[in-house]
Design a protein around this ligand. Structure first.
Ligand SMILES: Cc1cc2nc3c(=O)[nH]c(=O)nc-3n(C[C@H](O)[C@H](O)[C@H](O)COP(=O)(O)OP(=O)(O)OC[C@H]3O[C@@H](n4cnc5c(N)ncnc54)[C@H](O)[C@@H]3O)c2cc1C
Length: 390
């Protein structure tokens, strides 16, 4: 298929972020757009996501976006025209007593903005999730509406609907650079030619640091490996369970179809985006197994069913950069989602499309997610050591 020679806006990267932005631009009437994906849609971090949707955060901006996104995931079929795969399971966050205040403050912040979340006691835990074993002096919060969705369905659903509205999508089309002339974007460059445009949106996931460096934009991004261990539950003993963010035992776990439990562990190993072990490490599998059995003793009968690894693209404060680049008119960034981007993706499309078409986001104030914060030191802070709970 020949490449268009012009577009009003070009989006680089066909993960969930690029496709959500493409769809939301079309919703706002900007359909002379082109999304370029070097491989196939959702082939980056999106397809490896554990896809947990929870609202527990230390900062209002992300809690708000997660909550608004949850409602879009829930009503996705009505809004976008295809299913998101949303399954409501409920979500527990579990911390040690030393983190009680952090948890209580986060839940108070959530409740103040209308999120359905509560601090709960051991008796409530036993009633809601009898398969879970509270240990010692722990503190729990519960979100009844949280769950998970299907990243592939969401990404391709957004792309399909955007196309129906007139947007164009080209896969197997790597972008080789962005042309900047006189301080503004003039074209996006590919192996197959040049696409003239005044708006380029970079949503290139783990490849963003190198890609942006070539354009002369420095963003402090690192890529770290996160493993997902897949266990088959003993159906008669643990037929189901809610999602858990277990800070005490350092894992997150969600159920999946086919009686599976997906357990996410580790985010310390910094690796290159094209050269890392995409499987799981057996010592980590053993540790994970012990941790999950501590939390759900019935899982001692679970079977190891394999697993995979993917990349978190992290920033120094584990929050994304949603901004336009000062000094390069027309260049926009949606990068650095730090292991928790999927749950935000519907609202990332909304706020980025507002930023592009109106000059600023109006649905949620994203000003603190600016690029300049790494220079000024005005970083967002987590109340926890588990930084993915940013
Ligand atoms: C193992 C794992 C578990 C996770 N669990 C959760 C979770 O439970 N909940 C949650 O909310 N989030 C989770 N995340 C995070 C979430 O998946 C990501 O934040 C999100 O998918 C990022 O989407 P993206 O579109 O920014 O990046 P990607 O999906 O990586 O998309 C970027 C795309 O850009 C393309 N690209 C790169 N360079 C170019 C180029 N030069 N030209 C054209 N195309 C290019 C790539 O091929 C890729 O398709 C998890 C991530 C991983 C890896």
């Amino acid at each position: 298929m020949t490449l268009p020679t012009t577009a009003e806006a070009v989006i680089v990267g066909g993960g969930v972020m690029g496709c959500s932005i493409l769809y939301n631009l079309a919703e706002r009437g900007l359909t002379d757009t082109l999304l370029l994906e070097r491989d196939v849609l959702a082939s980056g971090s999106t397809n490896r996501s554990q896809a947990i949707l929870r609202m527990h955060y230390s900062n209002e901006v992300t809690a708000r976006m997660a909550w608004d996104s949850l409602r879009i995931f829930r009503d996705f079929e009505d809004i976008v025209g295809s299913p998101s795969g949303y399954v409501r399971t409920g979500y527990f966050i579990i911390v040690e007593s030393g983190d009680r205040r952090a948890l209580e403050e986060n839940v108070a912040m959530q409740r103040a903005i209308g999120i359905d979340a509560n601090v709960v006691g051991v008796e409530d835990v036993r009633e809601i999730a009898p398969m879970m074993e509270p240990q010692g002096d722990e503190v729990f919060a519960y979100e009844p509406q949280s769950g998970y969705a299907d990243p592939y369905s969401v990404t391709t659903g957004y792309a399909r609907r955007a196309r129906e509205m007139g947007a164009r999508v080209r896969t197997e089309s790597p972008v080789t650079g962005i042309e900047v002339t006189g301080g503004r974007v003039t074209a996006v460059l590919t192996q197959d030619g040049r696409v003239e445009t005044h708006i380029a949106v970079v949503a290139t996931g783990p490849w963003s640091r190198a890609f942006l460096a070539d354009v002369g934009v420095s963003v402090p991004l690192d890529t770290v490996r996160h493993q997902v261990v897949m266990l088959r539950r003993p159906q008669d003993i643990v037929p189901e369970h809610p999602i858990m963010g277990d800070v005490v035992n350092d894992f997150s776990a969600r159920p999946d179809a086919g009686n599976l439990t997906l357990v996410g562990v580790g985010e310390q190993e910094s690796v290159g985006p094209d050269d890392y072990n995409q499987g799981v490490d057996m010592p980590d599998v053993e540790r994970t197994f012990q941790s999950i059995v501590k939390r759900m003793p019935g899982m001692s009968q679970a079977l190891f069913r394999g697993g995979w690894s993917g990349l978190f693209t992290i920033t120094p404060d584990w929050h994304p950069v949603l901004d336009k680049v000062a000094g390069i008119e027309g260049l926009y960034l949606a990068v650095g989602f730090s292991g928790h981007g999927f749950k935000l993706s519907p609202m990332i499309g909304v706020v980025m499309s507002e930023l592009i078409t109106q000059g600023q986001a109006s649905s949620v104030d994203i000003s603190m997610l600016n690029l300049n914060r790494f220079e000024t030191g005005e970083l967002l802070e987590s109340r926890y050591s588990m930084q993915v709970l940013a």
